[in-house]
Design a protein around this ligand. Structure first.
Ligand SMILES: Nc1nc2c(c(=O)[nH]1)N[C@H]1C(S)=C(S)[C@@H](COP(=O)(O)OP(=O)(O)OC[C@H]3O[C@@H](n4cnc5c(=O)[nH]c(N)nc54)[C@H](O)[C@@H]3O)O[C@H]1N2
Ligand SMILES: Nc1nc2c(c(=O)[nH]1)N[C@H]1C(S)=C(S)[C@@H](COP(=O)(O)OP(=O)(O)OC[C@H]3O[C@@H](n4cnc5c(=O)[nH]c(N)nc54)[C@H](O)[C@@H]3O)O[C@H]1N2
Ligand code: SF4
Ligand SMILES: [Mo]
Length: 753
């Protein structure tokens, strides 16, 4: 028996796991009590890592689709040869834009995918790049880029030191936090209350987090930007503005004041459903509490005013004196961070547009909601070959019906994935990744959004099965094929080139601690490592806590992390505004013109009133993970989770009964779902979780298929986009609901359509 210590890769909380092993068999997964960050917290999904590793449905060898539509097992060489045989002539004939890529959520959690899918994209040379970002956090990144100069400079709520925590559209007790890496949110929220502080939740549902909060305010879906504007308005109007550390850095306060004029608390109360006096008092509370943090997540980003709402969250933080201060919104300094300072460029947006709808690119990506039309609309540069990497777009993107049909139309589809699911069943070749237990892990992205500065590296806990390449090797092989070097290209040469590029960048950066050093000397110090290990070592050693390749012997390197399996705590967040700011002006832009452009539409929303129609919102459950962990018995058991929550008043009005079936209809489709009558949703709002609908043909998800649920993205409309960031409106979808006549059949038909 032995114990392997590793970080859970399943959500953003980065909990420490202790994996008990008997040889190569996983006996159990327990919390790592000594983890410097999670300190023994884990959730049921962490425990399910054992079942995930053992899941007989998990794909372990490459699969190639036959002419009759069935998959057969293939060797890795056969699989890569097949991809080369089909991709290379396709790109020659139709050009580089004929390839598309969708990067799914787990690819943000795995260092291999973060680093090496970029290499594949570059090798493909396509602008048709899509990811989960535009059904998720893109508005926050866009707002941050305009205000602070970089899409990763997002203020993180300093939960461990705050005394007033205003949460909008997030349910960290179910999601375990997002763009706020903080394992054990329940304890952290409790600690706020124990030190006399307060948690306030704004949500159209009384979520688990709302239930433990000191106050919960129901808000009409999609109106957070109005509420936030009224809070900003009040602070400015009542002379409560304090900039604190932002004082010498803030620009645009006058423009902001002028822009906020229409949004008084009295003006927004009718549309938001929140009492004007409460809005005024909340603004005062935020302004007078020395340590207060404002945080908005999915409910404020995947909605019609996502970017304006995200901007106003950070504006509110700034003008109440809480930016860059303890207990407020602070900037994490991750161990792999790059030096900041002046010399910023404007946000990289709008450099190209999508082919069909002409929607602008944001940070190198097109709106994921346009993927279907880019495949199904004939013409030059139509997507004919699609790569999905750790993504299940058929379940996760709006208008699943249309996207599902589009996937069938592709000339070639390659999926790097571990299941045959709603998406990968359409693939021509499925290339599996090793089990999470067989991979190294470092949260390259998420440690940049953590509530403490931490670093934790996990080596593989188990060896990979014979012949199974690591995920980064698969991605590099695909890149070599895409670059025209055939299925047997030299991965190691490409890998060495990438490492040398990284080191060149470090020595060429005047702000780097290794500026001007000899790149060969640095590379020699990385010798003996390959792939993501070498890249990570380079980033750590050239990073803000690094050993500067030997120049600072006490500094971090991968070796130091290897010697500290429970992680290295680099301390609480520190003020670092001047260093973090990267705008061209060197200022915090409180009123960037691009974001002001979102205000006329917001002003028009002031006149909206509930009209008897229903708005659909989503929700998450602790035992579910987006579209893909429903095949694990330990998580799947318990009550039905894919239910339509309806307020009793609406249930009465619509003749819906608890436990009965409802039919839910939008512009794009119709599904049925079991009804859960509950006062936990506000009248006029219904809630259905996403990521379900496992009853389609051709998947290999035996456990999930037993209780498939219904795919809420049949209802989400690919035409409803937040205009500034191209993010899909997944919350606040107009729907019609009634009792279902023929329950099962209607749901299956719509999801399959
Ligand atoms: N209606 C509605 N839709 C939503 C949302 C919502 O709130 N409402 N949320 C949106 C959000 S925030 C997100 S992030 C997206 C997520 O949507 P996706 O980007 O589609 O990600 P997941 O649903 O998590 O699916 C993960 C995929 O990765 C595979 N996978 C798991 N582990 C690995 C691995 O180690 N390697 C590889 N190669 N593959 C792996 C799984 O089998 C699965 O196919 O959904 C979005 N869609
Ligand atoms: N257990 C579990 N954990 C997860 C995931 C999962 O699927 N399951 N997914 C992961 C991913 S990919 C992400 S991005 C994060 C997301 O993390 P969170 O943002 O915390 O996501 P949710 O739990 O969906 O909480 C969103 C809340 O917004 C509310 N809401 C809906 N519309 C509105 C609105 O218009 N205004 C306001 N104010 N609120 C609204 C919903 O009722 C819901 O309570 O979670 C991650 N963690
Ligand atoms: S909270 Fe997230 S990181 Fe922690 S154990 Fe659960 S799934 Fe894993
Ligand atoms: Mo997400």
């Amino acid at each position: 028996m032995s114990t392997a210590i590793r970080t859970c890769p399943l959500c953003e909380a980065t909990c420490g796991l202790a994996v008990e092993l008997d040889g190569a068999r996983v006996v159990a997964v327990r919390p790592d009590a000594e983890d410097v960050f999670s300190k023994g917290f884990i959730c049921p999904k962490g425990v399910s890592m054992k079942e995930l590793h053992e899941d007989p449905d998990r794909v372990r060898v490459p699969l190639i689709k036959q002419a009759d539509g069935t998959f057969v097992e293939a060797t890795w060489d056969e699989a890569f040869a097949e991809i080369d045989r089909r991709l290379t002539p396709l790109l020659e004939q139709h050009g580089r834009q004929a390839a598309g890529v969708y990067l799914g959520n787990p690819s943000a959690h795995h260092i291999s995918a973060i680093i090496y899918s970029r290499v594949l994209i570059k090798a493909l040379g396509t602008k048709n790049v899509f990811s989960a970002s535009t059904v998720d956090q893109m508005p926050k990144q866009l707002a941050a880029a305009h205000m602070f100069g970089s899409e990763v400079t997002v203020p993180i709520p300093d939960v461990d030191r705050t005394d007033l925590f205003l949460i909008l559209g997030a349910n960290p007790l179910a999601s375990n936090g997002s763009l706020m890496t903080a394992p054990g949110m329940r304890h952290r929220l409790q600690a706020i209350q124990e030190r006399g502080g307060k948690v306030i939740v704004v949500d159209p549902r009384r979520s688990r987090t709302a239930q433990v909060a000191d106050e919960h305010l129901f808000i009409r879906p999609g109106t957070d930007a109005l509420l936030l504007a009224a809070l900003v308005h009040t602070v400015l109007e009542e002379g409560l503005t304090t900039l604190g550390r932002a004082e010498q850095h803030a620009a645009g306060l006058d423009e902001l004041r002028a822009a906020m004029t229409p949004f008084s608390p009295d003006a927004v109360t009718g549309a938001t459903g929140i009492d004007a006096a409460r809005i005024r008092e909340l603004a005062r509370e935020l302004a007078r509490t020395p340590r207060a943090a404002v945080y908005g997540r999915i409910g404020t980003t995947t909605q019609r005013f996502g970017t304006v709402a995200s901007w106003l969250v950070d504006v509110l933080t700034t003008i109440t004196g809480h930016l860059d201060t303890e207990g407020g919104g602070m900037f994490t300094l991750p161990a792999t961070g790059v030096p900041g300072g002046p010399g910023g460029k404007p946000p990289k947006v709008g450099r190209w547009a999508s082919r069909v709808r002409g929607l602008p690119e944001t940070f190198g990506e097109l709106p994921a909601a346009t993927l279907a039309e880019e495949i199904d609309t004939p013409g030059d540069d139509q997507i004919r070959a699609l790569f999905t990497i750790a993504g299940n777009p058929a379940a996760s993107l709006p208008n699943s019906g249309r996207l599902t049909a589009a996937l069938e139309q592709l000339d070639l589809m390659v999926s790097v994935d571990i299941y045959v699911n709603e998406t990968t069943r359409h693939a021509d070749v499925i290339l599996p990744a090793p089990s999470a237990m067989e991979k190294l892990h470092y949260d390259l992205a998420l440690y940049g959004f953590a509530v403490r500065n931490v670093a934790n590296f996990s080596p593989p806990s188990l060896p990979r099965p014979e012949g199974m390449p690591d995920e980064w090797e698969t991605l590099l092989r695909l890149a070599l094929i895409a670059g025209g070097q055939g299925p047997d290209g030299d991965i190691d040469a490409l890998d060495a080139f990438l490492a040398s590029q990284t080191v060149q960048r470090q020595v060429g950066d005047p702000r780097s601690p290794v500026h001007g050093r000899d790149p060969e000397e640095l590379l020699a110090q990385l010798a003996g490592r390959r792939g993501p290990e070498r890249m990570l070592d380079a980033m750590l050693r050239g990073g803000p806590y690094g050993d500067a390749y030997g120049a600072k012997p006490d500094g971090l390197s991968l070796e130091v992390l290897e010697a500290n399996p429970h992680g290295v705590d680099l301390g609480p967040l520190q003020p670092r505004l001047a260093d973090a700011l990267k705008t061209p002006s060197g200022k915090i832009e409180l009123a960037p013109p691009a974001l002001l452009g979102g205000l006329p539409a917001l002003e028009a929303a002031l006149d909206e009133r509930p009209n008897g129609g229903l708005l659909l919102v989503g929700r998450r459950h602790l035992r579910s993970n987006n579209s893909w962990m429903h095949n694990l018995p330990v998580l799947a058991r318990g009550p039905e989770r894919c239910t339509l929550q309806v307020h009793p008043r609406d249930a009465d009005r619509l003749a819906l009964t608890d436990g009965g079936q409802a039919s839910i209809r939008s512009r794009t489709g119709a599904v049925t779902a079991p009804v859960e009558v509950t006062e936990d949703v506000m009248p006029g709002v219904v809630s259905l979780p996403h990521g379900w609908g496992h009853d389609v043909d051709g998947t290999q998800l035996r456990v999930a298929a037993q209780r498939p649920g219904t795919n809420s993205n049949v209802l989400a409309d690919e035409e409803l986009l937040e205009p500034l960031s191209g993010t899909a409106v997944l919350n606040g979808i107009p729907v019609e609901v009634g009792p279902a006549a023929v329950p099962e059949v209607a749901g299956a038909a719509a999801a399959d359509a």
